[in-house]
Design a binder for this molecule. Structure first.
Ligand code: COA
Length: 161
């Protein structure tokens, strides 16, 4: 089982190799959920109690993890609308692991995964502070900033073909 409780200890530690992939087993899925809880329930307070929803129980949903060495340090989830559109959400990197280059490859892998599954367009409700992060990855804003989960979000899309 992958342990999600460790953080990088000292700045003199050698940087562990970073990689992203779908969860490999039940332990990694639990680690994926634990990071979402840590970031979206505890840190950001976007959800009360749990951020789990029906998409997590849907076998069509893909749960990705970003690994720093053998530790799960980042996550993202994607699921199909069923009409060629896929939705990406729950992108999160643990606080101690941010700005090391995990968030960007997680988004790229989500886009590649949706495209490989035959998707045509991917959508995401992006927190306003992260719009530039997504724009740098090729995503475009659609419409106006709206309230979503009680916080300002921008709908963004990227073509998958
Ligand atoms: C947003 C988040 C996933 C980014 O993860 P990360 O691992 O820090 O991202 P990376 O290290 O891959 O960053 C890649 C680049 O984007 C930049 N970047 C990171 N966050 C950014 C932001 N909010 N706005 C603009 N640029 C940003 C980094 O500086 C880096 O640029 P550089 O390579 O030129 O230095 C992370 O900050 C996070 O988990 N935040 C809390 C949860 C959250 O907001 N989720 C997204 C909901 S829409």
């Amino acid at each position: 089982m992958t342990d999600v409780l460790h953080c990088p200890s000292t700045s003199s530690d050698p940087a562990p190799p970073l990689r992203c992939r779908p969860v490999a087993d039940a332990g990694e899925l639990a680690a994926h959920h634990a990071i979402r809880h840590e970031v979206f329930v505890v840190e950001q307070g976007l959800f009360a109690g749990s951020d789990l929803d029906a998409h997590d129980a849907d076998p069509a949903t893909v749960h990705l993890v970003g690994l720093a060495g053998e530790q799960v340090a980042g996550v993202v989830r994607l699921w199909p609308h069923g009409d060629g559109r896929w939705h990406g959400d729950r992108l999160a990197v643990r606080t101690g692991w941010r700005h090391l280059g995990l968030g960007r490859p997680l988004v790229r892998l989500a886009v590649r995964t949706a495209g490989a599954a035959g998707g045509e367009l991917m959508t995401a409700h992006v927190q306003v502070r992260n719009v530039r992060f997504f724009q740098a990855l090729g995503w475009s804003p659609v419409g106006q900033v709206e309230d979503y989960l009680g916080a300002a979000h921008q709908l963004m899309t990227i073509a998958l073909r």
